[in-house]
Design a binder for this molecule. Structure first.
Ligand SMILES: Cc1cc2nc3c(=O)[nH]c(=O)nc-3n(C[C@H](O)[C@H](O)[C@H](O)COP(=O)(O)OP(=O)(O)OC[C@H]3O[C@@H](n4cnc5c(N)ncnc54)[C@H](O)[C@@H]3O)c2cc1C
Length: 404
């Protein structure tokens, strides 16, 4: 079966879904191919940052997103040797949305796909796995994909690899990302809310004990918990079993004594093998990579979804017209990377510093609380400096907006 469109996108994660919506909205025929049959699959983060909220607001979707059951995170709070330490507060941002909205990613993706479906030039094919690129005269001219019933070709002027950290499209294009190895991995799981639970304040707390960190996010109907441990110890942690895991959690957070009883099976835990990587080249004639396919972000600041969406917005701003007018050139694709390269590298640098200076020492320590240097406590209270971290986390280095 051979079909044709103007832009074919591999992967309906946050990056691919947003790009498809934005291009369809500008009148570009676009087909989104997603290998899974639905959006309800393993946990991959549920954060919607202020920058994404402002883009959704531009699209008239802010109310619809807020109608999805959600909670709000205003920033992290850490219990330290000198009491509670709050390095920054997103409520200081000058934005209609000074918080991170926590909604299930599946509902968010359904919303984007549902909006895109309002445009006749949009097509979504679920259960369609891209396995090869069509090449002609040195350019990529579409993809070959398979469904449970058939194999097919989708020809296109532009092929976008938005297929995540293990990108098949990137591999087929012959691009090799440069990887750094952050010092930790994370096991994510849910704990129930129980009667009499206290308000989590800023919505995100971090606690520490004996080389393990527990990150707790308040969700509207449960607690989302991340158990952070040194990289390379996953097999050891898993071999110790679920009972040892429950014990380790309560050791860090004694208030979870009752809650951890719901953890009965290792299947309830999702491993985030923490990675940080950057693809030196995101484009080739007829081909562009965005989101995790181009750069995997460390979970520090939880910005991976936001950065994939910002890539999509910049790509739509730059490529919609050349695609509509069928005059797409390699220089248009190079410009997408040029505009996104510095913000991505900058935040990855910031994440690397946080990992080296804060997380690695904490993970290598046998102490029971984190010690925050007095100078750092002072710096985060200084008027000029205290607004930088919320801006960096909320918007990145540059504010990304839709052009139209
Ligand atoms: C456990 C975990 C927790 C995370 N928590 C957070 C968080 O709290 N906040 C945050 O911002 N980020 C978080 N992240 C990172 C975040 O998920 C990614 O940065 C973000 O989803 C990247 O979006 P994307 O659209 O580039 O790729 P993805 O979301 O990875 O989407 C890629 C899509 O492509 C599909 N696909 C893959 N191969 C093919 C193929 N060959 N053909 C067709 N389709 C294909 C996949 O099924 C997927 O739907 C987390 C990641 C993990 C693993």
């Amino acid at each position: 079966m051979n079909e044709e469109t103007r832009c074919v996108i591999a992967g309906a994660g946050p990056g691919g879904s947003m790009l498809a919506l934005l291009l369809a909205r500008r009148g570009v025929p676009v087909t989104l191919l997603e290998m899974h049959k639905d959006f309800d699959r393993e946990f991959r983060g549920d954060t919607v940052h202020p920058s994404t909220m402002e883009i959704l607001d531009q699209l008239g979707l802010a109310e619809k997103v807020h109608a999805i059951p959600h909670s709000k995170v205003y920033g992290p709070s850490f219990m330290t040797s000198k009491g509670l330490f709050q390095p920054f507060d997103l409520r200081r941002l000058r934005s209609k949305f000074p918080y991170i909205l926590m909604i299930p990613q599946a509902r968010f993706l359904e919303l984007l796909a549902g909006e895109a479906a309002r445009y006749p030039q949009f097509r979504l094919q679920m259960g369609a796995q891209v396995y090869d690129l069509i090449r002609e005269n040195g350019s990529v001219r579409g993809v070959r994909y398979q469904t449970s019933q058939t194999e097919a070709e989708m020809r296109a002027l532009l092929t976008v690899g938005a297929d995540g950290r293990h990108s098949r499209v990137r591999h087929l294009a012959g691009f090799e990302p440069a990887k750094t190895s952050p010092p930790m991995d994370v096991l994510w799981f849910k704990l129930p809310k129980l009667d009499g639970d206290v308000d989590a304040g800023t919505g995100l707390t971090g606690s520490f004990r004996g080389g393990r960190i527990l990150v707790v996010l308040e969700r509207f109907d449960h607690w989302q918990v991340g158990f952070v441990f040194p990289k390379g110890q996953y097999q050891q942690v898993k071999a110790a079993g679920i009972e040892a895991m429950r014990h380790a959690i309560v050791e860090i957070e004694p208030r979870f004594g009752e809650y951890v009883k719901t953890l009965q099976d290792w299947q309830q835990l999702t491993l985030l093998s923490v990675e940080s990587s950057y693809c030196p080249r995101w484009h080739h004639p007829g081909l562009l990579l965005i989101g995790d396919a181009a750069h995997v972000m460390s979970p520090v600041g939880g910005v991976g979804i936001n950065y994939a969406i910002q890539d999509a917005v910049v790509a739509a701003n730059l490529l919609a017209r050349p695609l509509l007018e069928e005059r797409l050139e390699p220089k248009h694709l190079a410009e997408v990377q040029r505009q996104r390269e510095f913000p991505t590298r900058f935040i990855q640098g910031f994440q690397a510093v946080m990992q080296k200076r804060v997380l690695a020492p904490a993970l290598g320590s046998t102490q029971t609380t984190i010690h925050v240097p007095a100078l750092l406590r002072l710096l985060v209270r200084m008027p000029i400096l205290r607004d930088l971290p919320p801006r960096l986390i909320g918007f990145g280095v540059r504010r990304v907006r839709l052009n139209d």
